[in-house]
Design a protein around this ligand. Structure first.
Ligand SMILES: Nc1ncnc2c1ncn2[C@@H]1O[C@H](COP(=O)(O)OP(=O)(O)OP(=O)(O)O)[C@@H](O)[C@H]1O
Length: 196
């Protein structure tokens, strides 16, 4: 269970939200929506331990998030190239947390030839697959998927969410899907819907 208790966060002393309480179960896809600028990304990053809290706490199974090692709540960026070292080839990026078995790479449709390329030499959809698999290699309890398919075509979007739905169930990973796409969330959410 990933919980936020009485959470507040924002910028320069101005909270975007406060007194926010939620609990997310593992093995389900939850949805987070809200108007542009409401603080969805900030909340997602706070839940992953990447944004300082102005109040409250984030608990994973009743305990604070660890400060070292692989993050158990992995944050997935809308634009994965911003979260990749441009000087590293895909093989090194993919194995950043732990080596990825070949069978898993193939299941994700990540071609062997991509491994020798740099991030800017893959398409947005290809990069997002790499980003998701890299996060899964860290063996997370939760993924925060921040608009991860917003810039992809319908087919790539459907493929990525089919993969994530299956993995969420089979590996008991909770996913928080952040999206402003009114059509997407009803299709993928199996858990709670949160509006900020
Ligand atoms: N480093 C920063 N310093 C000051 N304000 C910031 C900073 N980063 C973001 N903000 C502001 O915080 C607010 C919330 O941003 P956030 O990205 O969390 O919203 P969001 O709900 O995810 O928006 P969108 O749907 O447009 O992606 C916005 O008004 C944004 O301009």
């Amino acid at each position: 269970m990933l919980e936020a208790r009485n959470l507040a966060a924002g910028f320069a002393g101005k909270p975007l939200f406060q007194g926010l309480t939620l609990s997310l179960r593992r093995g389900e896809i939850h949805g987070l929506s809200g108007r542009s600028g409401a603080g969805k990304t900030t909340l997602g990053r706070a839940l992953a331990g990447l944004h300082p809290l102005a109040g409250g706490e984030v608990l994973l199974n009743g305990a604070a998030l660890p400060e070292r090692g692989c993050l158990p709540v992995q944050y997935l960026h809308q634009n994965p190239i911003l979260a990749m070292n441009p000087r590293w080839r895909i093989a090194r990026i993919l194995a950043e947390a732990r080596p990825v078995p070949e069978a898993q790479r193939e299941a994700f449709g990540i071609a062997e030839e991509w491994l020798h390329r740099y991030p800017h030499e893959l398409s947005g959809g290809q990069l997002q697959r790499v980003s998701v698999l890299r996060a899964l290699a860290a063996d997370p309890a939760f993924l925060i998927a921040d608009e991860i398919t917003a810039s992809l075509d319908q087919i790539s979007q459907a493929q990525i969410w089919q993969l994530l739905s299956a993995i969420s169930r089979s590996r008991n990973i909770g996913i928080l899907a952040i999206s402003h796409d009114a059509a997407l969330l009803p299709r993928i959410v199996t858990g709670s819907r949160i509006t900020l």
